[in-house]
Design a protein around this ligand. Structure first.
Ligand SMILES: Cc1cc2nc3c(=O)[nH]c(=O)nc-3n(C[C@H](O)[C@H](O)[C@H](O)COP(=O)(O)OP(=O)(O)OC[C@H]3O[C@@H](n4cnc5c(N)ncnc54)[C@H](O)[C@@H]3O)c2cc1C
Length: 165
């Protein structure tokens, strides 16, 4: 899905990737051939299996790297509800707005359906407060989409992938 954070994405460091296609053939494709875009790549919604990828990393100062990692970890601890089960950022950002801010401005922080809740810490996350069902999460997703549409006339799209029915 071309994961990314803090202004960088996997597309910035991947050189090439090797995968097994539907016919069982092993193939290697370049960065360009992986058609990366925001939270998307050629691998999304395919049944290919990635078996390796080559990354190009930069040399840096060990202490500075450690410090940066600690900073990012602290940032997540402060800003994201990592003490509750969740699937990460629920919705993609829109072209011109931060989706979590829109949800927050709809007054939905803390809004709950069954065991699923819009995190009080970060409106971009749906958390499981203990006994959420998939149905609770999906209902909360739809409710949130509708509220944002009603208030801002904007369609927000899921970043998470729904598996099953
Ligand atoms: C608290 C939290 C914060 C997050 N923050 C961010 C963030 O800042 N930025 C961001 O981009 N994402 C973020 N995420 C989302 C995270 O990047 C995704 O959940 C990521 O896909 C997890 O990878 P995984 O290998 O653990 O998941 P998995 O569920 O194992 O895999 C994810 C997908 O990749 C497929 N897959 C796995 N292995 C292979 C393979 N070998 N070949 C082909 N397909 C495969 C799976 O079928 C699935 O569709 C966050 C998630 C959480 C819970």
């Amino acid at each position: 899905m071309n994961a990314g954070a803090h202004g960088k994405e996997m597309k910035d460091i991947v050189i090439e990737t090797t995968y097994i296609d539907n016919n069982g053939e092993i193939k290697t494709i370049s960065n360009k051939q992986q058609e990366f875009s925001y939270r998307n790549s050629i691998f999304k919604n395919k049944k290919w299996i990635i078996i390796s990828t080559t990354l190009k990393l930069e040399y840096g100062n060990k202490e500075e790297i450690k410090q940066k990692m600690a900073e990012y970890a602290e940032f997540r601890k402060q800003k994201q509800p990592i003490n509750y089960p969740n699937a990460g950022s629920t919705f993609k950002r829109t072209n011109d707005a931060i989706t979590a801010k829109l949800i927050d401005e709809c007054g939905l922080k803390g809004y709950q359906i069954g065991g699923a809740q819009i995190s009080e810490l970060h409106a971009g996350f749906i958390i499981n407060t203990g006994n959420a069902t998939a149905q609770d999460v999906l209902e909360l997703v739809n409710f949130t989409k509708n509220e944002v549409y009603k208030k801002f006339n904007k369609n927000i799209e899921l970043e998470i992938e729904i598996l099953g029915e």
